[in-house]
Design a protein around this ligand. Structure first.
Ligand code: NPG
Length: 371
């Protein structure tokens, strides 16, 4: 498609409850949405960069700035297929979340024009996926509050629970959740890089709780440390922040740094690189699952399409809209018996509600080839 006009829109959405991780607390999301317009279609992309540079160096203001100043000038006015977006932006180093949002918008526009769904294009093999839930660190209520939260999510039907952990809040909460909900609960933990190599003995104390995995225990750049740790604990090590491309994924697996991979399109520069990571992992027999970044319905729809690929054999962090939002920008995503249906329909299969979008918009810029 020829990219004739791009809209950069910022929206502000309060979270239903605060989301706390070892890197900090989130109370609302300030989201950058991208709308691209071609001669006969439009498409939407969602940038998953957070308000602050705590999960990644990239954050929403940096993504917005680099998109405007360095990415759009490489795309505007050009005729490009979705596969050509990554190469067209490759000269700009880093900023995968900003790049992913643009690629997502072009995919949506192009596939909508072709009448083809993103899921079919990516190679989906099912029309619904099992839904997992990510439970943040609790507030002042501590472990009892955590148990109530988990109980409510299980009552809603979630098929797997991920607990956020950090030093000082790890063994006891995991023990409490395992004791209360029993051995059949699919339970995993996410440390967001909060530990060091010296914590291996401590993390081995999670072994008796038969966790599905421990996600990103060590620093993002410490593949060697993750390889060492994998030999010291029984819980399978999964990487998130460390996996920035298909090349890194292959290297991490071949070095024994992980036996499971979390795939987030935003972290790796887009859904096409995400699919390449899926392919690399699948070829090596490594299970993958789809991560989440507190997306609106737009990002949620795209994640569902990705999570329907055959290598996604573990439930992902794709929960219902009401887990995060009082009202989503698209039609709400709901659980049905612990599963979520793919939207179907061309492109993403969902569109934002224009009235609601206007209500939550904090700024809009229209950019055309002439500036
Ligand atoms: O359900 O969308 C979701 C959130 C899943 O826990 C989740 N995301 O580290 O994977 C993560 C985490 C995260 C949350 C990362 C907020 C960055 C910011």
């Amino acid at each position: 498609m020829r990219i004739e006009r791009v809209e950069l829109r910022r929206i502000s959405l309060p979270l239903v409850t605060a989301f706390r991780t070892s890197t900090g607390a989130q109370y609302h999301r300030d989201v950058l949405l991208v709308r691209v317009e071609g001669p006969d279609s439009e498409g939407w992309g969602e940038c998953v960069a957070m308000n602050e540079p705590l999960y990644s160096a990239e954050y929403v203001d940096s993504a917005h700035a680099v998109t405007r100043a360095h990415l759009l000038p490489r795309l505007l006015g050009r005729r490009l297929t979705p596969e050509e977006i990554g190469p067209a932006l490759a000269a700009v180093r880093g900023h995968p979340m900003a790049k992913a949002a643009l690629e997502m918008a072009v995919l949506d526009a192009e596939l909508t024009a072709q009448g083809r769904s993103l899921a079919a294009y990516l190679g989906a093999v099912c029309d619904r996926v099992p839904s997992g839930v990510s439970v943040g660190l609790p507030g002042p209520g501590g472990v009892p509050e955590l148990l109530d939260t988990v109980a409510a999510h299980l009552a809603a039907g979630y098929r797997r629970v991920k607990l956020k952990i950090e030093p000082g809040f790890d063994i006891e909460p995991v023990r409490a959740v395992r004791e209360r909900f029993g051995p059949d609960l699919a339970l995993q933990v996410d440390a967001n890089s909060a530990y060091t190599r010296a914590d291996a003995g401590h993390l081995a104390r999670l072994d008796p709780f038969a966790l599905v995995l421990i996600e990103q225990p060590l620093a993002e750049d410490d593949l060697a440390g993750h390889a060492l740790l994998s030999g010291q604990i029984a819980t399978p090590v999964c990487l998130d922040e460390s996996i920035t491309s298909a090349v890194v994924a292959a290297d991490a697996i071949d070095r024994g740094a992980c036996s499971v991979v979390n795939i987030k399109a935003g972290r790796v520069g887009g859904y096409l690189e995400a699919r390449r990571i899926h392919d690399v992992c699948r070829a090596r027999g490594v299970p993958v699952w789809c991560g989440g970044m507190l997306e609106t319905g737009l990002g949620r729809a795209a994640n569902l399409a990705l999570a329907a690929l055959p290598g996604f054999t573990l439930p992902g962090d794709i929960s219902a809209s009401d887990r995060y939002w009082r009202r989503d920008v698209t039609r709400p995503f709901v659980l049905d018996g612990g599963y979520m249906a793919l939207p179907g329909g061309p492109g993403l299969g969902v569109r934002p509600d224009p009235g609601f979008l206007a209500e939550v918009t904090t700024s809009v810029e229209e950019i055309t080839p002439s500036g």
